[in-house]
Design a protein. Sequence first.
Length: 76
Amino acid sequence: MFATRYKNIGLKIAYYRKKKGYTQAELAERIGMSAAYLGQIERGNRGNSFSLETLYQIADALEIDVNLLIKNEMLA
């Protein structure tokens, strides 16, 4: 159940990143993490091992409300 939620969060991060026009490398640089780590988050390969702080850093870098990433709705 939680794996699906993390996968959905990752998909939303990728969606908003692309909408903003950033590559994984560009977004990762903005928040001080590796592009490989960000890619794992976007693919849902991090399980439940990334922090709430990381989620907020990503949302801030994308200039979106963190609730857009965590609310339990799929993107159209």
